[in-house]
Design a binder for this molecule. Structure first.
Ligand SMILES: [Zn+2]
Length: 215
């Protein structure tokens, strides 16, 4: 059993705190679903001293200013966008951004562009199946998939290509952000086939039994 810390959309004061090591020192790695500053991600990497994988959200800028210096990447974090990789024996892949609703920020895409991102992942997933016996364990995106946790307005709609990928390759987990919830009784975890779909808002710990990963 391993623990994963997922974060998204808003800084969690319980994470951005001097007690981070005591609270989350036992997580194996961190997954960021976007809309968070590099400074925050780097703080977590420094304190927990563990890998952090991220995708960008629709509110993320192309460059972040840190003490006046423009930077395009958070130091020490690995970008999952259009990539498949293996970490702790876990097969991961990701897609950044949300549906396009204006042209003010860079990481917004049409449904057609999202299909393109998703198809870019397919060769890696097929190779995973050949080498490791399964396609994918954790799919990380900023936006939700069509039909699960999606918002009722245009900007928070689900992505059709994500639904196709999850339905076709049945990863054990799909972590996404972008959908804020304000009441404790709002649904933040759902099943889609064999996939547990987790809406991360602020922060969440998920325990993964490596033996449960689909074969
Ligand atoms: Zn968002």
């Amino acid at each position: 059993m391993i623990k994963i810390l997922s974060i998204s959309d808003q800084v969690d004061p319980l994470v951005y705190s001097k007690n981070l090591k005591e609270r989350h020192g036992d997580v194996e790695f961190v997954v960021s679903c976007g809309d968070l500053s590099y400074m925050y991600l780097e703080y977590i990497i420094t304190i927990l001293n563990c890998p952090l994988y991220f995708v960008r959200g629709n509110h993320d800028p192309e460059q972040e200013l840190t003490m006046g210096e423009p930077r395009a990447y958070p130091l020490g974090a690995r970008n999952l966008h259009r990539r498949t990789l293996r970490n702790h024996g876990i097969l991961m892949a990701g897609v950044e951004g949300s549906i396009r609703y204006n042209r003010r920020t860079p990481y917004q895409y049409t449904q057609g562009m999202m299909w393109n991102h998703v198809f870019k992942l397919v060769p890696g997933l097929l190779i995973n199946k050949l080498i490791h016996g399964r396609y994918l364990d954790i799919f990380v995106t900023h936006a939700p998939l069509t039909g699960i946790h999606e918002g009722s307005d245009w900007a928070h709609q689900g992505i059709k290509a994500f639904r196709w990928l999850v339905n076709t390759f049945q990863p054990a987990y799909h972590f996404h952000g972008h959908i804020h919830y304000y009441r404790p009784d709002e649904v933040k975890e759902s099943w889609f086939g064999k996939t547990k779909v987790i809406n991360t808002y602020r922060s969440q710990v998920t325990e993964i039994n490596l033996k449960d990963l689909s074969t």
